[in-house]
Write a protein of this length. Structure first.
Length: 585
C-alpha cells in the first residue's frame, strides 16, 4: 500500500529569543514551544500520534502528523514580525509576501488548485500537511540529479521545474477562486513598507512534496532577533505561495537553492552559495563560530531550544562525542557535505535482562529534524523487528507488535563508533485507535541503504551542529531541570572529544548482516576515556532524576570486566601497600 505520513508534528512556536551581549559570551538562543497535530494551524501540545483504521476495511491509515519548529522574526525598517518554521535540513530563509494572492487579506484572489506538476517533479511517498510545511530531506538537484531519491519518506523538494511555466500558472489561476489562507495570523512581509529592503531582482522558487510551493524574489534586509541586529540578510519574498508560513533553513550552505536546487537549475548564472542566517550570525559577530546546539527535550515536554554559537552543558549527561559529517554525494561532484549525514556503526537492543547486537553494518544516517520517525533499510528493519517481536502486517503495511507495559525498560541502542545514544523502544511504538494493545513499529523500511533519524531519535540526543568544521557532536540528552551551563564555541565544541571511530566512517554501501557486539567497545570495557582525547563509552538514557550529574568529566575511568566494576589504579595501589605492610610488620 502507499505509505501515508508518519510524522509527529511538534509545532515549535517560538517563545523567546535570548542573546548574550558581552564580547566574551556571544550566542543567540531561540526557545520554542512544542505541539502535535495534523497541520500547523490545528496542532496543540496535548495531541499524540495515532493510527486510525477506516471503517469496514482491514487497513490502517496513518494520520498526517508532523513536527514544526517556529520562531518569530522581525524583518525590515520599521520591523515587521513574521512567523517562520525552523528547519535544520534546508538552508534558505523565505517569508510570505504581502501581495500573496492566496492570503485572504490580499487584494487579489487565489486558486485552490494544488496541481503543480508543471512547476516541479515530485516523487515522494510521505506527504506533508496541506499547507506545505517544511520537511527537508528530498532535494532535486540541477541537471536532473536526484541524490535523495532513496528516501521513501519526508518530502521537501527543491524542484527543477520551469519558473516561467509556474509564473504562467500563477497568472492563469490566481484569480480563479477565493483566497484560502489567513496570512495575518503568522504575518506577511511588505517590501514597500521597509525602507531598508533591497531586491536582488532574481527569482526565488521552491516546492514541497504535497504540492505546496513558493515563488518570488530574492532580496536583502535587516533582521532583528530580539536585540541581535543583522544587516544584509538574504531571503526570498514569496508573492505566490499556498503555504501557511515561511521557512528559516539553518542547514549547510550546500543545500541552498542557489547551489543545489531550483535557483541553480533556473538561473542563467553558475550555481553559487551565499551567506545564510547561521553564516550571517558568524560574520556579524553575534556568534564566534558557525555552530548551534539543538535540544528537543522529552516527548512530554512543551519546550525546546536552538542555541547558536554555544553549547549548554546542563542539557546532556556524560561526554559530548564528536564524529565527522560524511559526504555521501562526493561522486556526484560535491566537494563538501550538503546535509547532516553521519556514520551509524551499529544498532542493538538493550534491557535490564539482556543486550543484543542487531547489526554492526556501517550505514549513512541523516539527522533530520524535519522528519519525525526513523527510516532504515528494509533488511535492517527486518532484523530489528525479529529481535523485538514485531511482525509485518500486510493489511497495515507496517511492522506491528503488542504495546509495551509502562514499566518496560527496553531500549534501542545506536552505536556511533565508540559511544551510544539510547532511546526507549516505547518511543518507536504508536498505538492504533482500534486497540491500545496493538502498536505500530515506527521504524519504516525503505529500499535505500541509508537511514533517516528523525525527532523520535533526536529527542534522546543533545546535538551540536558544527557547520564550519563539518562535524556533529552528540551526547545523551538530560531532561533534568538544571541551571544553564552555557559555554561559547570559539573554534571547536568545548569539552567534546573525538569518538574512537572518528576516522573509521562509511565509504560505500555494504550488505547488512546480523551479529557483532556493539556493547564491547574497547576490549572488555564499556566505558573508557583516554588522556589523548579519544573516547569510547556507553550512555544509558536519563530519567528526569538521573543518578549522576556528571556531564563534562573526561578523566574518570570505570572499567567492567565479567560484570564486575573495577575502580582502577587507586584501589590496586592500596591493596598492594596493605600486602607489603603485612610482611614488614
Amino acid at each position: 500500500m502507499k505509505f501515508s505520513t508518519l510524522c509527529i508534528a511538534s509545532t515549535l512556536a517560538a517563545n523567546s529569543v535570548n542573546a548574550s551581549d558581552t564580547k566574551q559570551n556571544k550566542y543567540v538562543k531561540l526557545n520554542f514551544n512544542k505541539s502535535i497535530g495534523n497541520d500547523y494551524n490545528t496542532s496543540s501540545q496535548s495531541n499524540r500520534p495515532l493510527f486510525k483504521r477506516a471503517d469496514n476495511y482491514q487497513e490502517f491509515e496513518l494520520e498526517n502528523q508532523q513536527s514544526f519548529y517556529s520562531v518569530d522574526l522581525n524583518i525590515g525598517t520599521p520591523a515587521q514580525q513574521i512567523t517562520v518554521l525552523v528547519d535544520t535540513g534546508s538552508s534558505d530563509l523565505w517569508v510570505t509576501g504581502a501581495d500573496n494572492p492566496f492570503c485572504s487579506s490580499s487584494s487579489g484572489h487565489s486558486s485552490k488548485k494544488r496541481d503543480v506538476e508543471s512547476v516541479s517533479s515530485i516523487d515522494t511517498a510521505e506527504s506533508n500537511n496541506k499547507n506545505g510545511i517544511i520537511f527537508a530531506t528530498e532535494i532535486t538537484l540541477g541537471g536532473g540529479i536526484d541524490p535523495f531519491s532513496y528516501i521513501t519518506g519526508s518530502g521537501f523538494t527543491f524542484n527543477t521545474g520551469d519558473l516561467q511555466t509556474a509564473t504562467a500558472t500563477r497568472t492563469t489561476n490566481a484569480a480563479a477562486a477565493e483566497a484560502t489562507i489567513d496570512c495575518s495570523t503568522y504575518g506577511t512581509f511588505d517590501t514597500n513598507s521597509s525602507s531598508t529592503f533591497k531586491s536582488n531582482n532574481t527569482h526565488f522558487a521552491i516546492s514541497y512534496g504535497d504540492g505546496s510551493y513558493a515563488s518570488g524574489t530574492w532580496g536583502q534586509d535587516v533582521l532583528d532577533l530580539s536585540g541581535v541586529n543583522i544587516t544584509g540578510v538574504s531571503f526570498g519574498v514569496s508573492n505566490f505561495t499556498n503555504s501557511t508560513v515561511g521557512v528559516l533553513g539553518i542547514g549547510l550552505p550546500g543545500a541552498e537553492t542557489t547551489y543545489s536546487g531550483t535557483g541553480a537549475a533556473e538561473s542563467n548564472t553558475n550555481p553559487y552559495q551565499y551567506a545564510n542566517l547561521p553564516m550571517m550570525l558568524r560574520s556579524s559577530g553575534a556568534i564566534q563560530h558557525n555552530a548551534y546546539s539543538l535540544y528537543l527535550d522529552s516527548s512530554d515536554s512543551q519546550y525546546g531550544s536552538v542555541l547558536f554559537g554555544a553549547v549548554d552543558h546542563s542539557k546532556y549527561s556524560g561526554n559530548l562525542y564528536t564524529i565527522p559529517i560524511i559526504n555521501i554525494y562526493r561522486s556526484q561532484g560535491y566537494s563538501h557535505p550538503i546535509e547532516f549525514d553521519v556514520t551509524l556503526q551499529g544498532i542493538g537492543v538493550s534491557s535490564s535482562s539482556e543486550q543484543v547486537t542487531v547489526s554492526q553494518a556501517k550505514i549513512p544516517a541523516l539527522l533530520d529534524s524535519g522528519t519525525t520517525i526513523t527510516y532504515m533499510p528494509a533488511d535492517l528493519v527486518s532484523l530489528l523487528a525479529e529481535q523485538i517481536g514485531a511482525s509485518f502486517s500486510t493489511s497495515s503495511g507496517f511492522y506491528e507488535m503488542s504495546c509495551l507495559s509502562s514499566n518496560d525498560d527496553t531500549d534501542l541502542v545506536f552505536d556511533f563508533g565508540g559511544f551510544h545514544i539510547s532511546a526507549p523502544l516505547s518511543d518507536f511504538l504508536i498505538s492504533t485507535t482500534v486497540s491500545n494493545r496493538q502498536c505500530i513499529f515506527a521504524v519504516v523500511p525503505q529500499a535505500s541503504q541509508n537511514i533517516i533519524l528523525g525527532d523520535v531519535f533526536l529527542r534522546q540526543a543533545y546535538v551540536v551542529y558544527d557547520l564550519e568544521n563539518y562535524e556533529i557532536s552528540l551526547a545523551q540528552a538530560d531532561y533534568s531541570d538544571n541551571s544553564e551551563d552555557i559555554e561559547i564555541i570559539s573554534s571547536t565544541v568545548p569539552s567534546a572529544v573525538q569518538a574512537a571511530s572518528y576516522s573509521n566512517t562509511w565509504s560505500t554501501s555494504q550488505d547488512i548482516t546480523s551479529g557483532g557486539n556493539i556493547f564491547t567497545l574497547d576490549g572488555n570495557s564499556t566505558v573508557s576515556n583516554t588522556a589523548a582525547g579519544t573516547a569510547t563509552g556507553t550512555t544509558r538514557r536519563n530519567s528526569r532524576n538521573p543518578t549522576s550529574s556528571s556531564r563534562r568529566s573526561t578523566t574518570s575511568r570505570v572499567e567492567r570486566t565479567n560484570g564486575q566494576d573495577i575502580l582502577a589504579i587507586p584501589s590496586l595501589i592500596l591493596a598492594l601497600a596493605s600486602i607489603v605492610l603485612s610482611f614488614i610488620l
